[in-house]
Design a protein around this ligand. Structure first.
Ligand code: PLP
Length: 367
């Protein structure tokens, strides 16, 4: 009889892990419930569809697919370096910014270290921390957002990394430029500060922190961005980090050489200059946010004011049941009980008619 026990052989950190819970795919719900019309407002995706400029560029790129991608992503990195006013050697590309976050943790964090992040923070932070066998330190939130003073106080000589998402997911909370800057200045140099700005483009321009400029003065700061949200390329997997050259050099040693494929490299390069698409993405989000917040106010539902492309709504003790009922109405939203928000549901901003499908389903279920 075999005594093989895979779990006993696994790294201790991995044994304790719960896999990442993604938003339910449309086709899965269609399969399960035999529904045809399904609206997905569960993964903070761009509801506009693919940029038509990207579509054209991708069609032209298909012929090159038998070749390996450019392992250095030269064209995309050059464009990003220009955009941020940094050296090309300061850019690290990722298979989505998730990949960047994981590369960072694997580059700098060992089992003897602690990693600090906020309560209600993006689940990938504890995931990558635990996978390494390092100790996660979740600091209680303040008004659903980061309590930066408490996070500073949680830093000690064992701390090697701090994760900050701004705006934060799943709460949509936002730290001002002054708050962030003061924080970055106080973090000791033996701690890598990872500033995850996945929703940066949705922040009104006047309120955006010039975070990539700070890397010049703060060598321990790493800023990550993604093409999955406002740029509408979630399915292609494209993200990047801006960091000190030496940080990028170390990250590059463990990065898979072809972690961005030919199509995602091309798409990211093209969409960066599709200003009209970005503008429309941001505008449709602003309108949808208004549509959903007005609905909440009419219904007397509390919500967490959001700087992202989603709204986290306090629906009450039956959030899990309401999530299931919404599925039966063909509306997929995101339960956030796993983020210690058992009374909330997170709703991504969709097209006006998609938001309305959610609103109508809520009215039907809630009266
Ligand atoms: C969506 C999101 C990301 C981006 O993930 P990708 O891997 O780039 O698709 C990163 N951080 C946060 C906080 C997010 O919500």
């Amino acid at each position: 009889m075999s005594t093989f026990n895979a779990s006993e052989l696994a790294n201790p950190g991995v044994r304790q892990l719960q896999p990442y819970q993604a938003g339910k795919p449309v086709t899965e719900l269609q399969r399960e419930l035999g529904l045809t019309k399904v609206v997905k407002l569960a993964s903070n995706e761009n509801p506009l569809g693919l940029s038509s400029k990207v579509k054209q560029a991708l069609a032209a790129e298909l012929a090159d697919l038998p070749r390996y991608p450019d392992a250095n992503g030269y064209y995309l990195k050059s464009r990003l370096a220009e955009l941020h006013g940094v050296d090309i050697k300061q850019i690290t590309l990722g298979n989505g910014s998730n990949d960047v976050l994981e590369i960072l943790a694997r580059t700098f964090v060992g089992p003897e270290h602690q990693v600090v992040f906020s309560q209600h923070a993006f689940v990938v932070y504890p995931l990558v921390t635990q996978a390494i066998g390092a100790t996660p330190v979740a600091v209680p939130a303040k008004d659903y957002g980061h309590d930066l003073d408490a996070m500073l106080a949680a830093i000690n000589e064992k701390t090697r990394m701090v994760f900050i998402a701004n705006p934060n997911n799943p709460t949509g909370t936002f730290l001002t430029t002054a708050e962030l800057k003061a924080f970055v200045e106080k973090v000791p140099e033996h701690v890598i500060v990872v500033l995850d700005e996945a929703y940066y483009e949705y922040v009104p321009e006047a309120e955006r922190a010039p975070s990539t400029d700070w890397v010049a003065e703060h060598s321990n700061l790493v800023v990550s961005r993604t093409f999955s949200k406002a740029y509408g390329l979630a399915g292609l997997r494209a993200g990047y980090a801006v960091s000190h050259v030496d940080v990028a050099d170390l990250m590059n040693r463990i990065r898979q050489p072809f972690n961005m494929n030919s199509l995602s490299l091309k798409a990211a390069e093209v969409v960066l200059d599709d200003h009209d698409y970005i503008q429309r993405s941001v505008e449709i989000n602003r309108q949808g946010m208004q549509q959903l917040t007005e609905f909440c106010e009419q219904q007397g539902l509390n919500y967490i004011p959001s700087y992202g492309n989603f709204l986290t709504i306090e629906v009450g003790d039956d959030a899990a049941e309401l999530y299931q009922q919404l599925l039966h109405e063909g509306v997929i939203v995101r339960p956030v009980a796993g983020y210690q928000l058992p009374r909330h549901l997170r709703v991504s901003i969709g097209l006006p008619e998609e938001n309305d499908a959610f609103i109508q389903a809520m009215k039907k279920l809630r009266g």
